[in-house]
Design a protein around this ligand. Sequence first.
Ligand SMILES: [Fe+2]
Ligand SMILES: [Fe+2]
Length: 280
Amino acid sequence: MKPTPARPFLIAQISDMHIKTRGALSYRVVDTARHLRECIAHIQGLKQRPDIVVATGDLTDFGKPEEYELLREILGTLGLPLYMIPGNHDERGNMRAAFPEYDYLRQQEEFICYAIEDLPIRIVALDTVVPGESGGALCEKRLAWLAATLRARQDTPTVVLMHHPPFRTLIGHMDDIGLANASTFKCVLANHPQVKAVLCGHLHRPIETVWRGILMSTSPSPAHQVTLDLSADAPSCFMMEPPALRLHAWMGDEGWLSHTSYIGKFDGPYPFYEAGGLID
Ligand SMILES: [Fe+2]
Ligand SMILES: [Fe+2]
C-alpha cells in the first residue's frame, strides 16, 4: 500500500511591501497600498489556503507611524496568522507600536528576533537591521541569540526568516547592501542541519541558492521588482515586472518546496485535454 504523504504545511511569503503614507506613491511611481490589497485578495483566492503568512521586511517605506497605521489597516483583512520581521526600511519601535497584539515582536528587548514553537516547522526569525543603513548585519548579541536558539531544539525542523540574504545575488548594487557578515552567520548554521530553509526579502526578486543542503531564497515583491542585471556596476533601479509572492510547502520527510505565485489577472485556465484526448 502506498504510504499517505504528510499534509503539506503551507507558508505564504510576502516581502517588501514598502507601504507609504496614505495616497503617496513609492519613488513617485508605485502604488504600494493598492498592490498589497491585491496581494491579500490573491492569497485569499488561492486554491489552497496557506496555514500562515510570513512578511520578510521592508513592510513600510520610511518606518513612519502613519505608514504602519495604513499597513495595519490593509493587513487587517488577511485573516491568517502573520509573522513579520523588519527590513532596512522599517523602524522597530514604530513597528512594535502598530501591532501590540503580536507578542512575538517583543520576545527580545533590543531586536525583533523570535522563535515560534507551536507550528509543524519551527520558525526562527532574525532582525538584520542596522538603523540608518541600507545593508544589514548580525551583531555579536544577535549571533549569540541565534546560536543559543538553534542549539535549544536541534531535532526540530526549522525555517529561518531574515530580511538581508546571506548570499551574493550578482546584482551588484544589491550585493553592496547585503548582509555584512554572511560568512559568520553561515558558521552558526553549519552546526545545525535541522535548518531546512532560509527565507529572505530585500531583493524584490525570486532567487534561490543551496548552501550545504539548505535552500536559501529571496521573495519577489507584491509591488515593484529590482531590475535583473547581474553586473557589478548595475544601476540601482526597479521594474514593474509582475507582482508575486512565494508559496512554500513543508512536507516533513519529503522536505521543502517553493512555488512562486504571480498576482494579477491572467487568461486561463485552459484545459490540456478534451473527451477525445490531448487537444490538438
Ligand atoms: Fe525592499
Ligand atoms: Fe531591503
